[in-house]
Ligand binder design. Structure first.
Ligand code: UD1
Ligand code: CA
Length: 454
């Protein structure tokens, strides 16, 4: 007896008022469907089927990397009709876990309990009790407390609408039962759809016992039907991630103003100030400080490094004890060794900078290799682009570059050389020499400055 998982993701999501299929909207940078898929695929299973439909191939294309069987529901005739598309692939003896692609925060542990609950009778339902059950299907029970059926809100009477126990949409049903019931569904309801939820009444008629279990947290069952709910889930998820990070030893100055859109590994006593956005895969060492308003995407930062406010760092490696910013931009394929200082209004692209070297003010360093102990003066520009191709600049150890220097690549400045301020370096500079290329200063004595108004 195996487990088949079916994720329903074919609906349009009319209430989103979007050109995109609903399941491609994102929470914490990942599509709703990806959240559900990742949780589902972490369970022991034999097959995982995703039902797609609205938006055509957009959905499978957006999730091309996942290991799932895609089945198209060409017309969206309801959740029961969506499940019907998967039936030919389902073994009678398998248990089938049904999930909605628009309920992203469910936990693997809850789904494991749900699967276990279905083992004997072949039917388990995940329900929840909400203060505000609006929008969900309601669980109707009889006088003795036994489940009788599920009624959709649109079909519910006033009394039924007052029921606070709701259908989360998640259930486990034995293959043979599911096939029999799905084939017997009809569209006799307000929305003219095949409702998956109607199988509950069928199970009751056949005296199949329905096990109901509840999730540990109500966050797990939050469904997304419109953009208000999308923002609510984003908020909840942000809080969940922030709490986990704080439990793991990271200080978040304000967890409500911290966004993680990807994965973050952080050492101990790292402090993250407000309005920081972390995207992709980021790792921070011990005692790292990230200032306010920084964006870090796919970055590794070493121990004791300090990123001051308003920096944007992308696809880069930052060594230990580095000091970056404020207002620095580090672009892809940059590697900063330990103890590098990058100051305000400095842009570094595709460059390696050696230990202890400093680029402190107003510079552009691109396609460059800088050795150790180098000082790059304010306003230095590597002229790496000739209008057709990019060229490399190499600056060896212990070089001193005066302010307002242009280095016209390809060019090499050998170890220990000095470049005078204001020089345009067009030829290689030998080790230990001074290169200076500025027009000589003239003095005009008794110079009268022009005066306004004559
Ligand atoms: C559904 C349940 C409701 C439950 C709620 C929980 C039904 C009839 N109702 O309502 O009891 O409280 O979920 O969140 O099942 N889908 C398809 N094909 C279709 C229609 C829908 O794949 O033809 C997919 C949607 O993409 C979505 C999921 O099924 O991922 C649920 O559909 P949705 O229309 O959002 O149902 P709800 O009205 O939320
Ligand atoms: Ca829904």
């Amino acid at each position: 007896m195996g487990l088949s998982i079916v994720i329903l993701a074919a609906g349009q999501g009319t209430r989103m008022r979007s050109r995109w299929p609903k399941v491609l909207h994102r929470v914490a940078g990942r599509t709703l469907l990806e959240h559900v898929y990742q949780t589902a695929s972490s369970l022991q299973h034999d097959s995982l089927i995703i039902i797609y439909g609205h938006g055509g191939s957009q959905v499978p294309e957006a999730l091309a990397h996942v290991d799932a069987e895609w089945i198209e529901q060409t017309e969206q005739l309801g959740t029961g009709h969506a499940v019907a598309q998967a039936l030919p692939r389902i073994d009678d003896n398998d248990d089938v876990l049904l999930l909605n692609g628009d309920v992203p925060l469910v936990c693997a542990g809850t789904l494991e309990r749900l699967t276990a609950a279905a083992r004997d009778s072949g039917f388990a339902l995940l329900t929840a009790i909400l203060d505000d059950p609006g929008g969900y299907g309601r669980i109707v029970r009889d006088g003795s407390g036994k489940v009788v059926r599920i009624v959709e809100e649109k079909d519910a009477s006033m009394d039924e609408r007052a029921i606070r126990e709701i259908n989360t949409g998640m259930m486990v049903v034995r293959g043979a039962l599911l096939k029999r019931w799905i084939e017997a569904l009809d569209k006799g309801n307000r929305q003219g759809e095949y409702y998956l939820t109607d199988i509950v009444a069928m199970a009751v008629r056949e005296h199949v016992n329905i096990e109901c279990i509840q999730p540990h947290s109500l966050n797990e069952i939050m469904g997304i039907n419109d953009r208000v709910q999308l923002a609510r889930v984003e908020n909840t998820y942000r809080q969940m991630q922030a709490e986990q990070l704080m439990q793991d030893g990271v200080t978040l100055v304000d967890p409500a103003r911290f966004d993680l859109r990807g994965t973050l590994k952080a050492g101990m006593d790292t402090v993250i100030d407000v309005n920081v956005i972390i995207e992709g895969e980021v790792s921070l060492g011990d005692d790292v400080r990230i200032g306010a308003n920084c964006v870090l995407r796919d970055v590794a930062v070493g121990d004791n490094a300090e990123i001051q406010p308003n920096c944007v760092i992308e696809h880069a490696t930052i060594g230990r004890q580095c000091r970056i910013g404020p207002f620095a931009r580090i672009r892809p394929d940059t590697v900063l060794a330990d103890g590098v200082h990058i100051g305000n209004f400095v842009e570094v692209k595709k460059s390696e900078i050696g230990p202890g070297s400093k680029v402190n003010h107003l510079s552009y360093i691109g396609d460059t290799e800088i050795g150790r102990g180098v000082n790059v003066g304010a306003g230095t520009i590597t002229c790496n682009y000739d209008g057709a191709s990019k060229h490399k600049t190499i600056i060896e150890d212990d070089v001193f570059i005066g302010s307002d220097t242009q280095l016209v690549a390809p060019v090499r400045v050998a170890a220990g050389a000095t470049i005078g301020a204001g020089t345009t370096v067009t030829r290689d500079v030998e080790a230990g020499t001074l290169a200076i290329g500025r027009a000589e200063q003239r003095t005009v004595k008794g110079w009268k400055r022009p005066k306004k108004g004559g």
